[in-house]
Design a protein around this ligand. Structure first.
Ligand code: ZN
Length: 236
């Protein structure tokens, strides 16, 4: 998959930071922002100003947080770096979100697992990739594709929606999609696309390029909600 959804998400976060910066410093020149989601062991966010570029690292546990929470994070981090007072509204909003039951449980689980080994699981919070694979296998491949290891990505920080890794016979789907706001057809489309990579292997070494030949593309068009899925991916 080469549509860079992570890139789009990051753009959204970047524009939130730009807006927040403008509020805080109405007349100062706009710096460049580099925002990354990062697999910290805890909920943690860092900001650093280096040679005119603001580097922000946000805990991947906060990826997919509502925009007003991201706004609060941007405000708090920027206020810190420019020594401005933190508005109570933002402080409260952030604290509430982070201390909500879901987040603390998630952080706790992640801490436990990261402490031990890589998290690799097909069973997400919302979608089970093995179940999605089998449903598509029956619907489009007469159940004939052997299921590779299916896993949600460990973090959201890579520039990839999903990929098939032939060396480990694994389909990895970005954890961004394991979210209630993501419709099932979008997850199905992403998995279906990777299943076509399974069916039409590319004999290229050392290249991460994603090759979609004419057969691949024709078969991809069989997916009934192709347009909706692509629109959804674009809208993110
Ligand atoms: Zn592809």
């Amino acid at each position: 998959m080469h549509v860079s959804l992570i890139f789009i998400l990051r753009q959204n976060v970047q524009s939130i930071f730009q807006r927040s910066y403008r509020e805080l410093r109405p007349r100062a020149p706009m710096p460049e922002f580099r925002v990354d989601f990062y697999a910290f062991a805890n909920i943690n966010n860092t900001i650093r100003l280096r040679q005119g570029v603001i580097h922000v690292r946000i805990s991947d546990l906060l990826e997919g947080a509502p925009d007003n929470v991201t706004e609060a994070i941007a405000h708090i981090l920027l206020a810190k770096i420019y020594r401005k007072p933190i508005q109570p509204l933002h402080a409260t909003r952030y604290r509430r979100y982070v201390s909500s039951h879901d987040m603390t449980t998630k952080a706790h689980l992640v801490r436990q697992m990261r402490g031990r080994k890589r998290i690799e699981s097909a069973h997400g919070q919302v979608y089970d990739l093995e179940e999605v694979f089998e449903a598509l296998n029956r619907q489009f491949f007469h159940g004939l594709l052997a299921r590779p290891t299916m896993t949600w990505s460990r973090t959201d920080s890579r520039n990839s929606l999903a990929h098939y890794d032939p060396a480990h016979n694994t389909i990895v789907v970005s954890r961004v999609f394991d979210h209630p706001r993501v419709p099932r057809y979008a997850v199905e489309y992403i998995v279906y696309h990777e299943m076509l990579h399974l069916k039409y292997p590319v004999k290229l070494r050392g290249s991460r390029r994603c090759v979609h030949g004419p057969e691949f593309q024709a078969e991809e068009k069989l997916f009934p909600q192709l347009e909706d899925a692509r629109l959804f991916l674009k809208s993110l």
